[in-house]
Design a binder for this molecule. Structure first.
Ligand code: 1HN
Length: 348
């Protein structure tokens, strides 16, 4: 009883083929592939060297302006996800170039963006009526549906890394976008307003949270770096992360962005982290010093501004020969909200 049917493979395969035109599929024939005992991603570990990406952007600048392109960006596309414009299965990564005198015109869209500034001596971005100057290492947020435009009034190129939740919005089929029709949006706030209002461990009395994104939109590197430097005095290193801080929304202590979690970490000279894995595939950006990231035994050496992507649930070991700083981003806030995020700390 219950174990009777035992048709041959040919009978079963014929059945699968017969039901296919009826838009039916037998779960038992695909179940092992869709419900895996552990994450099994087509996303692969990879490194992009900044100098190589920068050189290609400079080449592009000879045949297209920032305005013509709308955004002059080279997408860092994961080799395991070709043709998808994804760096991981849930996130996007690109490097953007704005040449002296150029503008990237105002537009807005459902996707949220982060900028991590790689090279800037006077570039700027405006978000939701406020302009901010860009400096190396600044983490800048463009919340979804806020107008944003970029410009460069300096005499040197401005480059930054763009991290967006494009694949998440695409998965949900929730994309809207529009152009303002002007190069620059009208400014309604003085520069520095958001940081003074929300980024000084004080909040305007009576202020109520109405959006899921941090009201601080530029987290200057100078401040974040100084915090890490002050904290090293205690010599209190996490064996898996060194000294790793997350960027927060001062209104609730949560992640600064609803879909993308961002961190800055310091690893002291000679530090080797213990093996670590987590379900959030992560994009690391070298900021200071240099080192290597061993991913499931494969080593990727990095220097400032290089980008390394670690897929979900792959084992990570950081090793640095000198003091090193890394910026990173992942979809951890989404996984946490859904109760899906997991980590495993090895060598305990
Ligand atoms: C975008 O708006 C920017 O504003 C950069 O700089 C990259 C990639 C896809 C869609 C919108 C930007 C983008 C983007």
């Amino acid at each position: 009883m219950g174990s009777q049917p035992s048709a041959d493979t040919a009978t079963r395969d014929a059945f699968y083929q017969e039901i296919e035109p009826e838009n039916l599929r037998a779960l038992w024939s695909v179940m092992a592939g869709i419900i895996t005992p552990e994450p099994k991603s087509p996303c692969v570990a990879f490194k992009w060297t900044y100098e190589a990406v920068r050189a290609r952007l400079m080449e592009a600048a000879e045949f297209i302006t920032a305005k013509e392109a709308e955004r002059r960006v080279l997408i860092l596309e994961n080799p395991g996800l070709k043709g998808t414009s994804k760096v991981t299965t849930s996130l996007y990564c690109g490097v953007q170039l704005v040449m002296p005198g150029e503008v990237a015109p105002a537009h807005r869209h459902s996707q949220s963006a982060l900028r991590f500034v790689l090279e800037a001596k006077g570039g700027h971005t405006a978000v939701g009526g406020e302009k901010t100057e860009m400096h190396f290492g600044d983490f800048i947020i463009t919340p979804n549906w806020e107008w944003h435009d970029h410009g460069n009034t300096s005499d040197t190129p401005v480059l930054w890394l763009d991290g967006l939740d494009i694949p998440i919005v695409q998965f949900l089929d929730a994309s809207f976008a529009e152009a303002l029709g002007e190069d620059e949006q009208p400014l309604s706030k003085p520069e520095g307003d958001s940081l003074a209002r929300f980024g000084t461990n004080m909040l305007p009395v009576g202020f109520e949270k109405t959006t899921p994104t941090s009201p601080v939109f530029n987290y200057p590197y100078e401040r974040s770096r100084e915090a890490l430097e002050s904290l090293r005095a205690r010599d209190d290193w996490d064996p898996w992360h060194g000294l790793k801080m997350r960027y927060v929304n001062p209104l609730d202590g949560g992640w600064a962005m609803p879909t993308i979690g961002t961190c800055l970490q310091l690893l002291p000279k000679g530090f080797v982290t213990r093996p670590y894995r987590s379900t959030d595939a992560t994009v690391f950006v070298g900021v200071e010093g240099c080192g290597s990231i061993r991913i499931d035994g494969e080593s990727f050496t990095w220097a400032p501004r290089d980008v390394v992507v670690v897929p979900s649930w792959r084992e990570v070991v950081h090793e640095v020969a000198e003091d090193a700083v890394l910026f990173s981003y992942s979809d951890r806030p989404v996984q946490e909200k859904l109760g899906l995020w997991r980590e495993r700390r090895g060598n305990q």
